[in-house]
Structures are given as structure tokens and as C-alpha cells.
Design a protein around this ligand. Structure first.
Ligand code: BG6
Length: 496
């Protein structure tokens, strides 16, 4: 992507400090595809001051500073090819590597010494970010290793960033919270969910709370159902080892979809700050009864065709055991038992290898209570919809009925569209936004301890008694059984 088409995070945000960032999982996919490009982008845009240090930490002993820089530069040229001439000098000046082998106490002691040495050599201020870009099993031993090596505190501030999924279930999330609180205070813990860094997800707050028009319709009085879809056409992208142990419920529903749900459904916060917003998000999650297995449909993709190309089924993917019952699709219905939403079904749906990539919130409004037009059946008048497209083609559509000119009385469904790209060009990257927030100490877009536990609680029954996954062809919209979650008089699942 040429630099002219790249969007930057907010102008004017410049750090007063030169921090040291340690990334665990430094040789992994997330680092190469997302974190390095985001950190490089922040540097190029002047948000991360020159002279800051990034120390990659991973088990591998195959790398040293020089070979790690070459690996990182190759990745940057592939995933972030703007200002290509600046990539090698940036890697040489900024990146370092430290093996943590099998995570013994000595390895963490050596890491602590390396951090201190780098801070001294580069005359840094002692402010540190510890970023755990690791699979969930590795969080606890890493947190413990860091804490025991005295890295929970440093000469300046220390912030720890923990990727999702935060645990495997409610019990493991609680244990992880207890463990991390032994070494870090809650305000220094940043549980990351990259969906919260997407501009369009943040815009849900503006759409709702800066527009009287929508907020005044946002309740059971006017809304008949809400549908939240995060559909992917991609498959595993070489991540079978992680994905087959996680599945769609842990990988997507408990975090990304639940975050979207809480932003769509929460009450108006008292202020735009981390505590007020997160209080409201927790409140809404606590108003939902845990989802029962009969309220959900699980699926697993089979061979099929996407965009004219044949793709293998889940069982044929490299690294997936032939007997795997891991779900690659989840659709579920839930109810929010509060004054605003009582009686309104919320439907959540996500899957891999679906017909197309789209993340959408569709708010369906009630049909008119009586048919006033004498020649029309009630079914001829469709319900209004607000379709909020979070990616791609970001924007929203208001779907409404019009009378086609010249005809006898009839209705036709039309759309009024707003598209971000037409007004604003490209949108900034979510990881850049969130990394800058961590560096600035703003936790508004991160998940609090009680919030992560409340979201696991919602799916506790489902995780304990998962429905058997039903097959669906790659390139479809998931198993047809998902239709049975809908009530007989409801509009079908939206097809973007
Ligand atoms: C990640 C999941 O958190 O989100 C992936 O682990 C998924 O499985 C990805 O593909 C989707 O993110 P985005 O930003 O491409 O919608």
C-alpha cells in the first residue's frame, strides 16, 4: 500500500517518553502481520518517538538481534510496504531479540537484565510495555515468570497487554485474573480486543450517543430484533494448532461479538471515560441469562467453493485431526432482561469460510401496527432496518419503504447509504490505535477484569455442553439449522 493511501491515527498524539516494549510471541504470526506493522506505522507517523526500543522475546534460540531484524524487515515489506527504504534502518535502530527458552526462572532473570541494559544503553525513561502475543495456555506461566523476576514494576510505569482469548472459560479467566493481580494493578492491565480499536466500532458510540434520531428509537418499543454478524471467507490461515483448540466460540464470540453486543445494547454512560463506559458494558452483560445449548447452532465447514475457487473442508486442513469436532461456525440467540431490551431477540453469528467477509449489525424495527393502505397485505410492507457495516465498505444503510412513482399504491424497499471511504478515505489500523492508547495510558478501549468474567459467564453452559457441529459447505452462510433459531414470523438472517 503506498504511503499516500495509508491512514494515520489521530494527529497531534505524540508521546513524551521513549518507552521500551517487550513483545512475547515475537516470532509469531500476530507479531509479523499486525504488531510490527502497527509499531512501524506509529514510528513513521511520529507517534512513537525515535529511539524507543522494541525487544522481541520468544522461545526460539535461533535468532539474535541481527537475524531477528532481517526476519522482521521481510515481514514488514510484505505486510506494511510503505516507505520501504525506511524499513531496514528502522529495524536496525529499534529491534532487539531475547530468547526466553522454556521460561525457567533464569530465562526471566536474563530478560530482566537485558531490559535494564537496553534502558541504560539507550537512555530510556524506564517506562515499559509488556505485550503477551501468545496462545492462551502461555499467559499464566509468562505472567508468573515476569512477576517473579520483578518485572511487574519498573523504574517508570509498567503496563501489561494480554491478547484474547483471556482464558478458556470462566474458571480459567478467574484464575488468570487472580494471578495477574498478584503482580500488576488493574489499571496497568490492558486486555486487548482489536475490534474495539476499529474506527467503525468506536463509531457505534457516536452513532448512538451523538444522534438523537437513532437513540430515541433504540429500545423494545421500536426494535424487533438485532442481528450481529462477523463472517469470514478465510479459513485457518495456517493457525490450525491454535484454532482447533479454541473454536469459533472462544476465538470470536466470547470477545469480538460480545464486545459489539455490549456497545450496541448498553445504556448511556455517565461520561466518556474508561470506568463509565466499562461499567455500562458490564451491566448489560449481567442482564443476559447464560446461553443454553438449545439457543445455539454450531457448524463446521466442508469442502466448497468461494469466489469460484475450490477450498478444502475443515478436516482436510493441515494440522486438523480427522476426528475434530471443533466448531468453525456459531449462531445463537440471546435475550437481554432489562427495561430497554426485554422481549427483543439478539442474534449473533460468526463463521469461517462463509460466503463473504462482512461484519454487520442489523437493527430491525417493528412493522407498522396496522396496514393503512387498503390494497396492500401486511407482508408487502417490510420492516425498516439500520444496517451498520463495520467492515469492509464501512458505513451504514437505512432501509425504508417508498412508493414507486406512477404506479397504483405499492411499496418498494430502498436504501439510504453512508460510506466512510467516500467521506474520509482509508481508516486507521486498529492495532495502531490500541497500541498508542496503551502508551498513553488510556484503557477506555480495553476489557476490564469483571467484564471479561461476565462475558465468559454468558457462555459457561454452552462451553460445558457444546452442541455437535453441523456440516456446511464452504462458501455458504452456515448450516441451515441456524434458521431454526429464528421465530416463525421473523425476517430471515440478513444476506449482505
Ligand atoms: C482474530 C481471530 O481475533 O480476529 C481470527 O483470532 C480472525 O480467527 C480475526 O480471523 C478477524 O479479525 P478481522 O479484524 O480481520 O475481522
Amino acid at each position: 500500500m503506498p504511503s499516500s493511501t495509508r491512514a494515520s491515527v489521530a494527529v497531534g498524539r505524540k508521546l513524551e517518553t521513549r518507552p521500551l516494549l517487550v513483545v512475547f510471541g515475537a516470532t509469531g504470526d500476530l507479531m509479523r502481520r499486525k504488531l510490527l506493522p502497527a509499531l512501524y506505522g506509529l514510528s513513521v507517523d511520529g507517534h512513537l518517538p525515535a529511539g524507543s526500543v522494541i525487544l522481541g522475546a520468544a522461545r526460539s534460540t535461533d535468532y539474535q538481534d541481527a537475524s531477528y531484524r532481517s526476519w522482521a524487515a521481510l515481514g514488514l515489506k510484505q505486510f506494511s510496504p510503505f516507505h520501504p527504504d525506511a524499513i531496514d534502518p528502522w529495524c536496525d535502530a529499534t529491534l532487539f531479540y531475547q530468547p526466553v527458552r522454556d521460561g525457567a526462572a533464569d530465562d526471566y532473570r536474563a530478560l530482566a537484565e537485558r531490559i535494564a541494559a537496553l534502558e541504560k544503553e539507550h537512555q530510556l525513561d524506564g517506562n515499559r510495555v509488556l505485550y503477551l502475543a501468545l496462545p492462551f495456555e502461555a499467559f499464566a506461566p509468562t505472567i508468573q515468570g515476569l512477576g517473579e523476576a520483578g518485572l511487574g514494576h519498573g523504574p517508570g510505569w509498567t503496563r501489561i497487554v494480554i491478547e484474547k482469548p483471556f482464558g478458556r472459560d470462566l474458571d480459567s479467566a478467574k484464575s488468570l485474573n487472580q494471578l495477574v493481580h498478584q503482580y500488576f494493578d488493574e489499571p496497568s492491565i490492558y486486555r486487548i480486543d482489536h475490534y474495539l480499536g476499529k474506527e467503525t466500532v468506536q463509531n457505534l458510540l457516536v452513532l448512538r450517543f451523538a444522534n438523537v434520531l437513532f437513540e430515541s428509537l433504540w429500545s423494545r418499543d421500536r426494535v424487533s430484533k438485532v442481528e450481529i454478524t462477523v463472517a469470514e471467507d478465510l479459513g485457518l490461515e495456517g493457525r490450525a494448532g491454535y484454532y482447533d483448540r479454541a473454536g469459533a466460540l472462544r476465538d470470536m464470540v466470547q470477545n469480538h461479538l460480545t464486545q459489539l453486543l455490549s456497545l450496541v445494547a448498553m445504556e448511556v454512560p455517565a461520561a466518556y471515560d474508561a470506568e463509565a463506559i466499562r461499567n455500562e458494558k458490564v451491566k448489560v452483560l449481567r442482564s443476559i441469562a447464560p446461553v443454553r445449548p438449545e439457543q445455539a447452532v454450531f457448524g463446521q465447514y466442508e469442502a466448497g467453493t468461494i469466489d469460484g475457487a475450490s477450498v478444502p473442508g475443515y478436516h482436510q486442513e493441515q494440522g486438523v485431526p480427522g476426528s475434530s469436532v471443533t466448531e468453525t461456525f456459531v449462531a445463537l440467540q440471546l435475550r437481554i432482561e432489562n427495561w430497554r431490551w426485554q422481549g427483543v431477540p439478539f442474534y449473533l453469528r460468526t463463521g469461517k469460510r462463509l460466503a463473504q467477509r462482512v461484519t454487520q449489525v442489523v437493527v430491525n424495527f417493528h412493522r407498522p401496527p396496522v396496514t393503512f393502505f387498503k390494497d396492500l397485505d401486511p407482508e408487502d410492507v417490510h420492516s425498516n432496518e439500520l444496517v451498520i457495516t463495520l467492515q469492509p465498505n464501512e458505513g451504514f444503510d437505512l432501509v425504508f419503504e417508498v412508493k414507486p412513482p406512477g404506479e397504483a399504491m405499492a411499496t418498494r424497499t430502498e436504501r439510504m447509504r453512508f460510506r466512510y471511504a467516500e467521506q474520509f478515505g482509508n481508516l486507521p489500523d486498529a492495532y495502531q490505535t490500541l497500541l498508542l492508547d496503551v502508551l498513553e495510558g488510556d484503557a477506555t478501549l480495553f476489557v476490564r477484569a469483571d467484564e471479561v468474567e461476565a462475558s465468559w459467564q454468558l457462555f459457561a453452559e454452552l462451553l460445558a455442553h457444546p452442541p455437535a457441529p453441523k456440516g456446511y459447505p464452504a462458501g455458504s452462510w452456515g448450516p441451515s439449522a441456524a434458521d431454526q433459531l429464528l421465530q416463525p414470523n421473523e425476517e430471515p438472517w440478513s444476506r449482505p
